[in-house]
Design a protein around this ligand. Structure first.
Ligand SMILES: [Zn+2]
Length: 462
């Protein structure tokens, strides 16, 4: 490329890029650039960011639009062509399943090796490995011994070995979810945290609820020195979210490697058969069942319908948080935005399709609770930085700079907003105009581009 540039200078002409993005408001949190620039892309990377005129074989007119690094979602459960399509329309160029993860990292990456619409990756998941070791019959979450039986010392050793194997096979990091594996003892969890500490890899944990849950996981991280990432602090914190954020700030002030994330919705969603639902609602007073919504019909549950739907299985909406707590979590400088995208058998949570447009529309434009620069930092640079110690390829993402991967999201800050709801969770947002993955458009003029799969594996070096 340097030779091509010198030749071009000698000839007195400017190089012709593969593609150019002209006249957009370029916002890059890593450099704090917020100015109108032209960007040239060559060979899937950013070749130039300039005020000068540039030429390309293909031109995107970004006049009046914001040009940002592609959004990075580090908590996305759907990893299918359908959900990658949803994420792309919400501006996401990299979607990683780091909480549940998988029990077989090599097979997982093999299944995606033909390429996907956006960049993809997975963790080695304590929940999934435990399900395999304990021979649990659940398909997505543990429903038998994976949840409810304590592991023998030999089984703990097998779980540890399974996690180490996943890391050797290039897992992005380790995932865990204590409410889904209530029988896992502290010794078992300590053994898992020791693997994270040895590998210096973050462990992404869905904690038990509230301050007690956070203190438990902070103690495990303290004792083992494992880097810790606490998933969806909004839903794990509920009314205690302010106290949780203070505990995380205090741990960071003590020099601990602790981070967290939030999603911008006041209801959660999970499988009705999972331990996290059954352990709470099977014995809860009947009136608390009204916190639960069956999304296929919109009905609030009672004892009879709870038991009926428990037998059939399926996703459930859980109304236990307030917008005030969500806003606090979203706007805290501690949080990355991550969707916790959840999609199952044609339905799911609206966060699957609307998380990022909602942050930009609601919290930046409508309520001014976040500056545009801060919001973009939370959805690009911060998630990339969280992962780059173990996955150096992430240093080329979440930034707009020469040499970085050409993962770019272009949106209209005046109109961007989510449209999906609990009843209509698949509705795409508006205002996300162009989404480019490794130099290739997957969304153009607000519409999905069909038949493209430029997304690559995000994987730790083996
Ligand atoms: Zn999750």
């Amino acid at each position: 490329m340097i030779i091509a540039l010198l030749l071009a200078l000698q000839l007195g002409t400017t190089p012709v890029h593969d593609r150019v993005i002209l006249g957009g408001r370029v916002v890059d949190p890593a450099s704090n650039l917020d100015a109108v620039r032209n960007i040239g892309l060559t060979g899937g990377r950013i070749a130039v960011i300039t005020t000068a005129a540039i030429r390309g074989r293909d031109t995107i007119d970004a006049t009046g639009l914001v040009v940002a690094p592609g959004f990075i979602d580090i908590h996305a459960h759907g990893q299918t062509p359908e959900t990658y399509g949803f994420y792309a329309l919400d501006g996401v160029t990299t979607a990683l399943e780091l909480e549940l993860g998988t029990a077989d990292v090599a097979a997982w990456y093999d299944e995606h090796s033909a390429g996907e619409r956006i960049n993809y990756g997975v963790s080695i998941g304590h929940i999934k490995v435990r399900m395999a070791v304990m021979h649990d019959a659940g398909t997505r979450m543990p429903v038998g011994d994976g949840a409810y039986r304590a592991a023998s010392p030999q089984q703990v050793a097998e779980i540890v070995k399974g996690i180490e194997t996943g890391l050797h096979e290039g897992a992005v990091d380790i995932g865990a979810g204590f409410p889904y594996t209530p029988a896992a003892t502290r010794d078992e969890l300590l053994a898992v945290f020791r693997v994270a500490a040895r590998a210096r890899t973050p462990i992404h944990v869905h904690i038990r609820p509230g301050v007690t849950g956070l203190k438990e996981v902070l103690a495990l991280a303290d004792e083992t020195h494992a880097p810790l990432h606490v998933v969806h602090i909004n839903s794990s914190g509920g009314a205690e979210t302010p106290a949780l954020l203070e505990l995380i700030a205090a741990a960071r002030a003590r020099g601990k490697d602790v981070t967290t994330e939030a999603y911008p919705y006041d209801a959660g969603m999970t499988e009705i058969q999972s331990a996290t639902i059954q352990d709470v609602y099977k014995t809860a007073p009947d009136e608390r069942l009204a916190e639960l919504e069956w999304p296929r019909t919109g009905e609030r549950l009672n004892r009879e319908s709870f038991e009926r739907y428990t037998r059939s299985g399926g996703p459930l909406v859980i109304h236990t948080n307030t917008e005030q707590m969500v806003a606090l979590a979203i706007t805290s400088p501690l949080t990355t935005i991550a969707s916790d995208a959840y999609w199952q058998d044609g339905t799911g949570h609206p966060r699957t399709t609307g998380t990022f447009a909602r942050v930009l529309g609601r919290y930046v434009r409508e309520t001014h609770a976040l500056s545009l620069m801060d919001a973009i930092r939370k959805i690009t640079l911060m998630p990339a930085q969280r992962l780059e110690a173990r996955v150096p390829a992430m240093k080329q993402k979440g930034r707009l700079r020469v040499g970085a991967d050409a993962d770019i999201t272009i949106f209209d800050a005046r109109t961007v907003i989510d449209r999906s709801t609990y009843r209509e969770p698949s509705l795409p947002p508006v205002g996300i105009q162009h989404v480019i993955v490794n130099g290739v458009s997957v969304v153009a003029n607000g519409q999905a581009v069909e038949g493209v799969a430029p997304g690559k594996a995000i994987r730790a070096p083996r």
